[in-house]
Design a binder for this molecule. Sequence first.
Ligand code: NDP
Ligand SMILES: O=C(O)C1=N[C@H](C(=O)O)C[C@H](O)C1
Length: 243
Amino acid sequence: MVTTVAVAGARGRLGSLVCDVVDELPGFELVARLGSASDPQEGAAARILVDVSHPDASPAIVERALEHGQRVIVGTSGWSAERLESLRERVRMTPGAGVIVVPNFSLGSVLGTTLARIAAPYFDAIEVIEAHHPGKVDSPSGTAVRTAELMAEARQDRPVEAPFAEQPARGQLVSGIPVHSLRLAGVVAKQEVRFGGSGEVLTVTHDTHSNEAYRAGVRAALEAATTAEGLTVGLDRVLGIGA
Ligand SMILES: NC(=O)C1=CN([C@@H]2O[C@H](COP(=O)(O)OP(=O)(O)OC[C@H]3O[C@@H](n4cnc5c(N)ncnc54)[C@H](OP(=O)(O)O)[C@@H]3O)[C@@H](O)[C@H]2O)C=CC1
Ligand SMILES: O=C(O)C1=N[C@H](C(=O)O)C[C@H](O)C1
């Protein structure tokens, strides 16, 4: 049986890669390439809706897909812990619904976040620096937000040291952890988590050099979406890393 797929944000940087992956994946068929001007009903018959659009548009796109009874993969940023909590409740109330939210489809990135989460309880000074291409519309990145939230959770919300955090140049506090965003020509995506200790600094760095880094994760999410039920968050969960 062929699994039909619609992609919201199909003409974007990530969307065009997702369309490529669907086209080359046996057993899947791309039936709708949706953009900001598409009729909301277009693609409603597809089994899976992949949302890789815009953080402001994503909640309504996901809600519509759930109303259509579609399985959903979300790659769009902006899904903070708070947004995910209401999505979890929405999915719980919808028998048979399956939603996979993947803040970052790159294996290296998700491993970097896992390592940062492991280190977080052992250092009281933590800062995140993320850099992206200048076309990125949001900051901080979804990956940085997710990493900060997971580190805070691993510390059982024991606050980090963030002296002078009220000064604008000290970054934006996410779950109490300062996050600094750079938007620079020449960069695709990069994240550093710096842990300050007594006489030492540990840095967990991940560099994305091209969108190809997302290909395997997109493929894994598509395969998982055919059977996934409930809300799954993170490529680590899709791949069973650290499970
Ligand atoms: N999870 C991950 O690994 C990754 C996530 N991302 C995230 O994915 C999102 C998209 O990034 P990127 O591809 O670089 O962005 P782009 O700006 O290149 O593409 C976004 C696309 O979304 C479309 N769009 C905007 N609003 C809507 C809407 N209401 N319905 C349908 N389509 C819409 C636009 O369509 P149109 O052209 O028709 O206006 C545009 O083509 C961002 O949130 C980004 O952070 C990016 C890379 C990796
Ligand atoms: O916009 C991007 O490019 C990316 N967005 C995601 C994010 O906000 O974390 C994932 C990756 O960093 C690339």
